[in-house]
Write a protein that binds this ligand. Structure first.
Ligand SMILES: Nc1nc2c(ncn2[C@@H]2O[C@H](COP(=O)(O)OP(=O)(O)OP(=O)(O)O)[C@@H](O)[C@H]2O)c(=O)[nH]1
Ligand SMILES: [Mg+2]
Length: 345
């Protein structure tokens, strides 16, 4: 099942960014250093195409330094892309960022041609925190949940330098399934739009290989006598064990899987497992290719269905205005693709 979250206010943000972009000199896209590939918004890439851009891997303090190096090298190798790691809550690196903006748009500056910088990225990635640290004061509201910033905010950094903070935005179809889980795990997706247990299980599956020692240390799993070895546990059994260890028990000794899942998500988000990154550039490239393939197959299925239907009714496949039964079939098809046959309601 894939996780999707594109509520109406994000569509409003999309339009607002599209309107603002012509007047922008540099775009700063904040990525989450724990999930750089998954947090790169393809919709933003489209909206800001052609503008000098800086990719900032934020929350670096929570990410695996080794993997951050891989991602920075990956982005630096791309023509026209400038990337660097940052911990948005620290004031010092803000100066680096301001200098980088000035270098990208050297013809801007002074009262007549002030620099205009747009800060954008997924919800909860730290846009407002970064803006505050660049300005050197708490101008924008921040908070540890997605959707804190509701409307674009313009702030004067210096008399010749404006910053625009934008509300977090995702994209309508997250075709990389792993990306949906990683976004949910990071706190970028509204809590009603995903199942915590699904996400916790996927998260455990992702980290138990490369970061096994962290899980063992956090939940004191090494050398347990009463359970089979950690490697022999399924993800579901591992979740139960964590619930048991962390007091997630209900009467009768049954593990409260919801509570166990919340513990797992909280521990990841707060950095209690140590510095972890969920994906490498190579892994993400494979997931991305699989996502593209799925999208292509989906588009082909839809085209074939429309062609068959228009043949039956004598209408052209690209006729505008589907009949109600066509619409139902389209929605059914989307549900099958997004949620699988079994999950359809
Ligand atoms: N550890 C860590 N936490 C950070 C960093 N940057 C931001 N945060 C925290 O992440 C949370 C979200 O920060 P915001 O600045 O509100 O994020 P935003 O991108 O503006 O979020 P929306 O406006 O909801 O889209 C807050 O709890 C911040 O304190 C960072 O570099 N490291
Ligand atoms: Mg914000």
């Amino acid at each position: 099942m894939s996780i999707q979250w594109f509520p109406g206010h994000m569509n409003v943000t999309r339009k607002a960014i599209a309107e603002r972009v012509p007047d922008i000199d540099v775009v700063i896209e904040l990525l989450d250093a724990r999930l750089p590939g998954s947090s790169a918004n393809p919709l933003l890439a489209e909206l800001t195409r052609g503008k000098p851009a800086l990719k900032v891997l934020n929350k670096q303090d929570l990410a695996d330094p080794e993997r951050t190096r891989l991602w920075l090298a990956h982005y630096q190798a791309q023509v026209g892309t400038h990337a660097f790691g940052l911990d948005a809550s620290e004031p010092a690196p803000a100066k680096r960022l301001i200098d980088a903006c000035r270098a990208l748009a050297p013809n801007r500056g002074g009262m007549v041609k002030p620099m205009r910088v747009l800060i954008c990225g997924i919800p909860n990635v730290g846009k407002s925190t970064l803006m505050n640290s660049m300005v050197g004061q708490r101008s924008a509201k921040t908070g540890d949940e997605p959707g804190i910033t509701k409307v674009e905010q313009k702030i004067l950094l210096a008399s010749d330098f404006y910053l625009f903070d934008t509300p977090g935005m995702l994209w309508p179809r997250v075709s990389v399934i792993e990306a949906g889980y990683h976004l949910a795990a990071s706190g970028a997706i509204g809590r009603n739009a995903f199942d915590e247990e699904d996400v916790a299980l996927e998260l455990l599956a992702r980290v138990r290989g490369p970061y096994r020692d962290r899980l063992e240390a956090r939940y004191k799993l090494a050398g347990l006598k009463d359970v089979k070895g950690l490697d022999a546990l399924t993800d579901s059994e591992l979740l139960e064990l964590i619930g048991r260890k962390r007091g997630g028990l209900m009467p009768g000794g049954i593990v409260n899987r919801q509570k166990a899942s919340e513990i797992v998500l909280h521990d990841f988000r707060s950095g209690a497992w140590g510095r972890i990154t969920l994906e490498t550039p190579d892994e993400f490239a494979l997931w991305h290719a699989a996502g593209e393939q799925r999208e292509a197959e989906r588009a082909a299925r839809k085209a074939a269905r429309l062609a068959a239907r228009s043949k039956g009714s004598g209408r052209r496949a690209d006729d505008a205005g589907d009949a109600p039964d066509d619409l139902d079939a389209d929605i059914d098809d989307d549900l099958d693709d997004d949620y699988g046959e079994d999950d359809k309601v």
